[in-house]
Ligand binder design. Structure first.
Ligand SMILES: C[S@@+](CC[C@H](N)C(=O)[O-])C[C@H]1O[C@@H](n2cnc3c(N)ncnc32)[C@H](O)[C@@H]1O
Length: 300
């Protein structure tokens, strides 16, 4: 279907039913441009109906009578335009949270955790890992379990073994709570489940909670990969490995290259970068060499 017709169809679907706010073609163009500029996330035309629903809800939540009025409000309060602060105004945080895709799982792409286990056994202590798009916590807790199983523990008074960051403040809050349904931890090895999680009772039946020893290994904070500086560059210790999986796939190539160039100086000698199963950055930069399946080694 031609682009204009797709938008028209979206428009008419949205006009039926319970009177959602109409989204004009230029509203969609404006929203995708704001999203790309502030987060790097690219939204294709096939996401127009989802965008209309989200924008309509956000507009109403902020007391705007149209999507275009809401987008004007966002533009006027753009955090990038106003100050050097990395803190997002609440309306911006809500806009960003609404568009992020948080799909994740414990020990997703299991081969990475086998590689990580071998790698950290040979590294000097303390190891430090940056999980840079940590979503709701399954990934950084999987990393932390791998470290603990291989003899690394959080030391009182020193920084956490895993720095877990994400642009989505709700995902970070959920990760910090460390509470998951039993369904979510189905793939976790039973011995690890017993060691690192406690089962909920009474009102929390069917849920598990991360035990304090595991939680102490991970420090969570919101961080936008597009912001500069990140505010973590000053830390004396560099990282042994960086995980940035299934995230750069939403970014255009120029953004991917910029990020790869910014990751490289944060890694210790021979540090590793883990990326998602469908991400291929070979040839994009000289700072990394392909080491194995979707794992890159920093080149000094
Ligand atoms: C599909 S999830 C991947 C989660 C995890 N890395 C994994 O592979 O299971 C993508 C995550 O990237 C985050 N994200 C998207 N744009 C971001 C940005 N500019 N800075 C930091 N995180 C971002 C989203 O909030 C989301 O939690």
């Amino acid at each position: 279907m031609p682009e204009a017709d797709t938008m028209q169809t979206v428009h008419s679907i949205l006009h039926g039913g319970d009177k959602p706010l109409p989204m004009q073609r230029e509203d969609f163009a404006c929203a995708t441009s704001l999203l790309k500029t502030h987060t790097g996330i690219m939204l294709g035309n096939h996401k127009a109906d989802m965008a209309a629903r989200i924008l309509g809800m956000q507009a109403r939540a902020h007391g705007c009578t149209s999507i275009s009025a809401y987008l004007d409000f966002l533009r006027r309060t753009s955090p990038f335009a106003s100050s050097a602060s990395t803190e997002q105004p609440p309306q911006w945080q809500a806009f960003i949270n609404a568009f992020t895709v948080n799909h994740t799982a414990f020990f997703r792409e299991r081969h990475h955790f086998d590689i990580l286990a071998d790698f950290v056994r040979q590294r000097a202590r303390p190891v430090r890992i940056w999980c840079s798009a940590s979503s709701s916590g399954e990934e950084p807790y999987s990393i932390a379990m791998t470290l603990m199983e291989n003899g690394h523990t959080a030391q009182a008074g020193s920084s956490a073994l895993v720095l877990a960051t994400d642009i989505d403040s709700q995902a970070i809050a959920q990760a910090q709570r460390g509470v998951y349904t039993e369904e979510r931890v189905k793939g976790v090895d039973p011995s690890l489940l017993k060691k690192y999680f406690q089962h909920g009772i009474q009102g929390n039946q069917g849920k598990v909670r991360v035990k304090p020893a595991l939680q102490a290994c991970v420090h969570f904070q919101t961080l936008n990969l597009l912001q500069s500086p990140w505010g973590i560059e000053h830390q004396a210790q560099k990282f042994d490995a960086i995980f940035c999986r299934n995230t750069m796939i939403y970014f255009e190539q120029a953004t991917q290259i910029r990020l790869l160039e910014r990751f490289a100086p944060l890694l210790k000698k021979d540090g590793l970068l883990f990326v998602g199963h469908s991400e291929n950055f070979a040839g994009l930069t000289r700072s990394f060499a392909l080491q194995g399946q979707t794992v890159y080694r920093v080149v000094a």
